[in-house]
Design a protein around this ligand. Structure first.
Ligand code: ADP
Length: 265
């Protein structure tokens, strides 16, 4: 705490009172600490793919190029690592824009059941390759106000995580419900590896992963859930997670049906 002390007097110079100004600077310090930790994390995350790209390129230049098979597999790794770098930078920029509120929502009426169906197309092939069944909400139309692209980003991040962290032959189930006339609830449940209880409180933190190797393997950036949480909060919603190791994970999202104070009588 930072304190400023002052006294005020009357015309005769008698002290009539004192003023104490207390500034709570712990919040500022904490913010500074978080910022520098974030920069350190970002640098580390960017360095990992670059180190790998550099290593494989050098080995190729040192002679591995002579062998077409080795060349091919090294180039594939270089290509994948460049993609990862690209995803990382996009995610970092996204997160910083959302946090600085530089990304105003383009609010429109969204048919959420339809949006989920469209989004699933992006990951369908991946699910098929692992023989994971995806169950979609029933036909009933459920609409809400929100930013279509951002809403798609939320669904895509959660569903791709569900697929990545679910072993072959598992299931991913998406359900939609209107618990009351002002809100929409979306639940994304998987039968995957689950998240150990001690990690649960931290999974929405930037770059926090339960298993770094596994996240890397699936092409993760460790930023997906941080972005999802911010996007949901910018829509004035909430996200909640429940998980059991070895059994599966369930994300429950509650979003207001209307972004404006508009509410039909
Ligand atoms: P990543 O890019 O690593 O998937 P996220 O921010 O999307 O990063 O998720 C953070 C971590 O939370 C993941 O690394 C993983 O350990 C855990 N996680 C997220 N979704 C699931 C899920 N559906 N099942 C199990 N673990 C999950």
């Amino acid at each position: 705490i930072d304190a400023n002390l002052g006294a005020y007097t009357n015309e005769e110079g008698e002290i009539k009172g004192i003023i104490v100004l207390l500034h709570d600077i712990t919040a500022i310090r904490r913010l500074e600490k978080m910022r520098s930790e974030f920069v350190a994390n970002v640098s580390h995350e960017l360095k990992t793919p670059i180190t790998s790209i550099k290593g494989f390129t050098e080995t190729l230049l040192d002679g591995a190029l002579e062998d077409p098979e080795i060349s091919r597999s090294f180039l594939e790794i270089i290509n994948e690592e460049s993609d990862r770098l690209n995803r990382l930078i996009t995610d970092i920029l996204d997160l910083s824009k959302i946090e600085q509120k530089k990304m105003p929502l383009k609010v429109e009426e969204i048919d959420l059941s339809q949006l989920i169906k469209e989004t699933i197309r992006i990951v369908r092939e991946e699910a098929r390759a692992k023989n994971i069944a995806i169950y979609l909400p029933a036909e009933k139309d459920i609409t809400l106000e929100g930013d279509r692209d951002r809403m798609q980003q939320i669904v895509l991040n959660l569903v791709s995580n569900a697929i990545h962290y679910t072993p072959d032959n598992g299931e991913v189930t998406i359900t939609l419900r209107e618990p009351d006339e002002k809100s929409v609830e979306m639940v994304i449940a998987d039968t995957g590896i689950g998240i150990p209880a001690e990690h649960l409180p931290r999974i929405f933190e930037r770059f926090y992963r339960v298993d770094k190797a596994r996240s890397r393997e699936s092409g993760g950036t460790g930023l997906g859930l941080a972005i999802v949480k911010h996007l949901i909060e910018s829509h004035h919603g909430m996200i909640h997670v429940e998980s059991e190791e070895g059994r599966g994970t369930t994300f429950k999202i509650i979003l207001p049906k209307y972004q404006t104070s508009r509410f039909p009588a």
